[in-house]
Write a new protein. Structure first.
Length: 223
C-alpha cells in the first residue's frame, strides 16, 4: 500500500437557502487516495458531486457551509482552517481545483499572464515575471496552447482554449492533489487526449487526482 496523500473522513457540508432551510448535499463521505493514484466519482446530475469537490477544498463561501468531518492532505488537516491561511498556503500547491464551469472561471478584464502571476505570487512573492512566463509557457505547451495565449483576454479564446487555460492555471504550481470536475467535457477528442496525457504525467510524479463525472474518453486514465 502506498502513501495516503488525501483522506476524507465523515465529511458533512450543507447549503443554507434564503429561507433558512438546510440542504444536506454532502452527508458523511469518507475515502482515501494514495499518492500518484486517481479516484473516479460518478452519479446522476444534482447528487452532490460538484459540492463534494468544492467541500474538499476547505474553502467555503455561502450558501455552502462546513458542518463536520476531516480533510487531511499529506498529514495536514485543513478542516475548519482559517480561509486566508488556506488560500495562501494550501490552495494551488497542496490541492487545486478544475471547476465544472471552467470556461466561465477567467476574469474577462485581465490578460491570462496577469492572472497566472497573481496565482504564483500568492505562494512565491519573489518570483520574477520571466520565471512565471517560462513556467506558464511550459505548461501551456503540454496542453497544445501557443505561448501568445498568455497575452490574450479570455474573450479572445475559443471555448476549448478557455478550458485548457483554466486547467493550465489550476496545475501551474504542480499540486499534490488535483480535483477535476469534468475536466475535459468541453474539449474535442484531440484536446482531451492532451489533458489526459498531462495529468498522467503529473500522476507519475506523485500527484493524486480525484475526478468527478469523467467522460467515457477518460476511462483509460482512471486507476
Amino acid at each position: 500500500m502506498g502513501k495516503v496523500i488525501l483522506e476524507v473522513r465523515d465529511l458533512k457540508t450543507k447549503y443554507v437557502t434564503r429561507f433558512h432551510e438546510d440542504v444536506y448535499a454532502v452527508d458523511g463521505v469518507s475515502f482515501k487516495i494514495e499518492e500518484g493514484k486517481s479516484l473516479g466519482v460518478a452519479g446522476e446530475s444534482g447528487c452532490g458531486k460538484s459540492t463534494l469537490a468544492l467541500s474538499m477544498m476547505g474553502y467555503y463561501f455561502p450558501p455552502l457551509h462546513y458542518m463536520s468531518g476531516d480533510i487531511i492532505i499529506d498529514g495536514k488537516n485543513i478542516s475548519g482552517m482559517d480561509p486566508d491561511t488556506v488560500r495562501k498556503t494550501i490552495l494551488g500547491t497542496e490541492i487545486a481545483y478544475i471547476p465544472q464551469a471552467a470556461m466561465n472561471a477567467l476574469n474577462p478584464t485581465r490578460r491570462i499572464i496577469r492572472f497566472i502571476e497573481d496565482v504564483v505570487r500568492v505562494h512565491d512573492p519573489k518570483a520574477t515575471s520571466k520565471e512565471i512566463r517560462d513556467m506558464a509557457e511550459s505548461r501551456f505547451a503540454e496542453l497544445g496552447l501557443p505561448a501568445d495565449v498568455l497575452d490574450k483576454y479570455a474573450v479572445e479564446l475559443s471555448g476549448g482554449m478557455k478550458q485548457r487555460t483554466v486547467i493550465a492555471v489550476s496545475t501551474i504550481l504542480s499540486p499534490k492533489v488535483l480535483i477535476a470536475d469534468e475536466p475535459s467535457s468541453a474539449l474535442d477528442v484531440t484536446s482531451q487526449k492532451m489533458v489526459i496525457k498531462m495529468m498522467k504525467g503529473m500522476m507519475e510524479k506523485g500527484m493524486s487526482v480525484p475526478c468527478f463525472s469523467l467522460p467515457t474518453s477518460c476511462r483509460c486514465f482512471t486507476t
